[in-house]
Design a protein around this ligand. Structure first.
Ligand code: GAL
Length: 913
């Protein structure tokens, strides 16, 4: 039957899988439960026992076959659990016995026992089949019939008919064994489950219920509602080709072993170049303008545009009605002109027809207010209804442009989490509970992690758990911290759902999404996301202020280190002013080029802008663009064209990795989240500002530093600065000890080492987990009121924070002292390495003398001649040295050998090979 033959053949072809079809005995001629399950399970045991097959194995079935597949998976789970229990019992029995026995005899016995267990364990792991099956890696269920009784949709199938089926299979319709229709069984401990639901299917409620049940017990579930399909559609590939195709695609993509995807733009021409372009929104303009756009793009040297980012309503004007004609035309036009298309999945701004029909997709803020449409990103990351509509559109667009030579990459959604990262809706609450179940497994563990003994917050049922919604006082801090973690994960999960479809349909096109590594944006844990994009893309906008330029460098630097060694893509920045700050000032002459090249210096191989042509209408009409309102005859367009030419002259740098520095400034999102929670010693603390101060202080001394995530390999750095490293779980404590123990130099600051991963204070005095390493002890924090300073005897002075630091290890040297007495900055030598502590906020100038002590001790010196230190930032990509003017004055470069132009213009960049 096609349900077996066609499905098997297609999955083999699409997923490159080996498929076994099981001809289990059917419930006829007296064959009854559990014989069909026994048959399926026997085959599963046989398959998992073979050692000539790929290790990743899935089990699946359709309709009643889905119930059998699930029942077999449950058996495997039970058998695995029983094996574990048995082993644990043996071990404790052996322990008791060994006490009573003569020592040497006991040793012999336990060795023999360990040997046989190891064989047994190994056998089970490799699937020897001796004692039952191995839990599958994946379960695929098509329109499962997994419950009885099950409410039907009333489409024709009668309750009596279903009863007859159950009676035929089990022999009765009451007192059913839980695995006969396994929705009644215990469902936890299963691998990810993918469920295909048929739309017009009386039994659909069973699949839907199963999905909810699995989610509730923490099993990962993905489902696909096959539009227009009926129950058993896999058996009708000729009659229902579309849903069969979509459903097969869904299973095949789950089954496919993740491939090494391309890591950079897909293009015919492999010549290295720095890509140049913008978001392009042709739907805002009449067609006559398009030709003029493309002509001007060519003039400016544009090589790539991001297309269709906010086009949902233009592509799907009404539910299920699509209009791709205009997008086809513009893609053709761009292609004909040699411009690559970074095609967006247009899911960032759901159209009015959708929000009107389904207001339940709208996010809810912390105060319980609905986030209404009118702007964009008004969707809940966890809404199943939103997902259903958005993913359907993603599938449509990916199918339509599959194989199109112009499509160079996928731009998923837009700035995921911009405006909707923290959603407090009921959907979010449900998803948060599932996330918590996965993290903690049982409520006792959660209660202890959340410290719920405090304020009578003990939870006795998962349903009692909520996002940290508006309350009349500070909400449980661990609940808040977990909600930050969850919110980042929920968005990532949504991204992965889109990616899955794109990878399935266009495996050769790389997938990315534009991050927002910039300023105070910290909702998304990008170091955790980075592995999921084929190449990192970032959006960056500057804000006025004394460290504005350094902040850009800092952000570009961190972006480049999210996946160290790989080039990344600057998806958006601005040619001049933005429109969303209180006062929006244009860029000064030179700034456009300097900003762009600073990103390139830190590894960007693409320089793009928001947007190509300045809008005539809408909220962003005063935002600068590559082509301003003034048109091509403008200073800005000329600067843009010059930039295009400059980037072309740097083509040889494309693909070359940044050269690592000797100093690292560490960023830890967990510490960032936790250190800025409420009810702290001060609410003035800003995590990233402290990190940026160190970076500026390093640049002021002419020192090149890498900004790296805490997860990076630190062993190659001579000096690691970890400001406000607030969350230090045991493994991190050990990593830092071993870094210092092997000769590394660590510097950290106030409010570091204070809590563990549950935001529980380390006891015994501050800085908690780092106390011994630093050789100091602090009993109380002394934050400073606004305007109050803590002068130091070296002439600098602290703000924000101060401490009375007691030195506990004679190896500690006090590097700076508070005027009122007591150490302010300390350094403890540990073998060849050291651990230093700064107990107050010193700012870039105040950190200068600190670095004057730390840098020579760590053996770090500037790579720039003294005349240039502080005035020029140096960044290195292979043989290319970027000299970036940090000032508004020209800088004389004659102290540097081999520089073609002796003068580095104000805000200019010189690249020396
Ligand atoms: C970004 C966004 C763009 C545009 C830009 C303006 O956050 O992705 O669509 O709004 O800001 O600066």
């Amino acid at each position: 039957m096609p349900e077996s033959d066609h499905v098997g053949a297609e999955l083999a072809r699409r997923a490159n899988a080996i498929v076994f079809s099981v001809g289990y005995r059917l419930a006829v001629d007296g064959v009854r439960y559990p014989i069909p399950i026994d048959d399926v399970h026997a085959v599963w045991e046989w398959v998992t026992a073979r050692d000539d097959l790929p290790s990743r194995k899935a089990i699946g079935g359709a309709s009643a076959g889905a119930a059998l597949a699930l029942a077999s998976a449950l058996r495997s789970r039970d058998e695995t659990e029983a094996r574990k229990e048995c082993k644990a019992r043996d071990e404790s029995k052996a322990e008791d016995e060994s006490e009573a026995r003569d020592e040497s005899k006991a040793e012999d016995e336990s060795e023999a026992r360990e040997g046989s267990e190891a064989r047994e364990e190994g056998g089970a792991e490799e699937g020897s089949g001796a004692r039952g099956g191995r839990i599958p890696d994946l379960i695929l269920l098509a329109y499962p019939f997994a419950h009885f009784p099950v409410p039907t949709l009333g489409l024709g199938r009668h309750q009596e008919e279903i009863e007859d089926m159950v009676r035929n299979y089990v022999g009765r319709i009451s007192d059913l064994p839980p695995d006969a229709l396994p929705g009644a069984a215990r469902l936890d401990g299963l691998p990810p489950v993918h469920i295909v639901l048929s739309e017009h299917d009386d039994l659909r409620p069973s699949g839907e219920l199963l999905e909810r049940q699995l989610r509730e017990v923490g099993v990962e579930v993905e489902s696909l509602l096959a539009r227009g399909s009926t129950h058993g559609h896999f058996n009708r590939p000729l009659e229902e080709p579309e849903p069969v195709d979509v459903s097969l695609g869904f299973f095949a993509s789950a089954l496919r072993v993740p491939q090494q995807a391309p890591k950079w733009l897909k293009k015919a021409d492999a010549e290295p170049r720095i890509e140049f372009g913008a978001d392009y929104n042709p739907e805002q303009w009449p067609r006559e303008v398009w030709a003029e756009d493309v002509r001007a793009m060519r003039e400016a040297g544009v090589t790539v545009v991001s297309l269709g980012i906010f086009s949902w309503v233009r592509l799907e004007p009404d539910e299920g009605r699509y209009d791709f004609g205009w997008l086809d035309d513009i893609i053709e036009l761009l292609h004909a002109n040699g411009i690559l298309v970074d095609l967006a999945t247009p899911t960032a701004s759901p159209p009015p027809w959708l929000t009107t029909k389904h207001p339940e997709i709208l996010p809810v803020d912390v105060d319980g207010r609905t986030v209404w449409p009118g702007a964009r990103q008004h969707w809940r990351p966890t809404s199943p209804v939103f997902r259903d509509h958005a993913l359907r559109l993603v599938r449509k667009i990916a199918t339509r442009y599959q194989g199109h030579p112009a499509v160079t990459a996928w731009h998923v959604n837009n700035e995921l989490g911009c405006h909707n990262v923290h959603d407090y809706s009921d959907d979010a609450a449900r998803a948060f509970r599932i996330w918590l179940r996965k993290r903690y497994r049982d409520l006792d563990t959660l209660n202890s992690a959340w410290g719920t003994a405090f304020w009578s917050q003990n939870y006795s049922d998962w349903d009692q758990l909520l996002p940290p919604r508006f309350a009349n006082g500070p909400v449980n801090p661990t609940q808040q911290l977990d909600f930050q973690r969850f919110s980042s994960d929920a968005l990532k999960d949504y991204y992965l759902a889109e990616r899955r479809i794109l990878r399935e349909l266009t495996p050769d096109v790389p997938v990315t999404t534009n991050f927002m590594v910039a300023g105070d944006i910290n909702g998304m844990n990008y170091p955790d996301w980075a592995a999921e994009v084929d190449f990192v893309a970032n959006d960056h906008y500057t804000r006025p202020g004394p460290q504005s330029r350094d902040e850009l460098s800092f952000s570009a630097n961190l972006t480049g280190n999210l996946i160290a060694g790989r080039p990344w893509f600057l998806m958006e920045h601005s040619t001049s002013a933005v429109n969303w700050q209180p006062v929006n000032i244009p860029k000064l002459p030179g700034e456009l080029e300097r900003d762009s090249l600073t990103h390139v210096a830190h590894g960007a191989d693409g320089v793009c802008f928001f947007q190509w042509r300045a809008s005539k209408a809408g909220a962003e009409k005063y935002h600068s663009a590559m082509l301003p309102h003034a048109g091509t005859d403008s200073a800005l367009f000329r600067a843009v064209t010059d930039l295009g030419a400059r980037l072309r002259s740097l083509s040889d740098i494309a693909g070359i990795a940044r050269t690592p520095a000797q100093v690292a400034v560490v960023i830890d999102y967990e510490s960032w989240w936790a250190a800025e929670l409420d009810s702290h010693p001060t609410d003035r603390l800003r995590y990233r500002r402290e990190a940026l101060d160190w970076y500026t202080a390093l640049l002021d001394r002419g020192i090149r530093a890498d900004v790296v995530p805490i997860t990076a390999d630190l062993s190659g750095y001579r000096l690691v600065v970890a400001p406000i490293l607030h969350v230090v779980p045991v493994p991190l404590q050990e990593r830092l000890r071993s870094y210092v123990g092997s000769g590394g130099h660590l510097a950290t600051t106030y409010f570091s080492g204070i809590v563990d991963e549950n935001d529980h204070a380390w006891l015994g005095g501050y800085p908690g987990a780092l106390r011994d390493l630093l050789g100091i002890r602090v009993e109380e924090f002394t934050p400073l009121l606004d305007g109050v300073t803590a002068p130091l005897t070296n002439g600098t002075s602290g703000t924000l924070w101060s401490e009375r630091v007691d030195v506990t290890d004679p190896a500690v040297k006090v590097l700076a002292t508070y005027d009122h007495g007591g150490p302010a900055v300390t350094r403890r030598a540990v073998g060849e390495g050291s651990a230093s502590y700064v107990s107050t906020r010193l700012g870039p100038a105040g950190l200068a003398p600190v670095l004057d002590d730390l840098l020579p001790a760590a053996g770090v010196d500037s790579e720039l001649p003294p005349e240039l230190r502080g005035r020029v930032e140096l960044a290195v990509r292979g043989r290319a040295r970027f000299l970036i003017n940090r000032t508004d004055q020209p800088v004389d470069l004659s102290s540097l050998p081999g520089v073609p132009d002796d003068l580095l213009p104000a805000r200019g960049v010189v690249v020396v090979r």
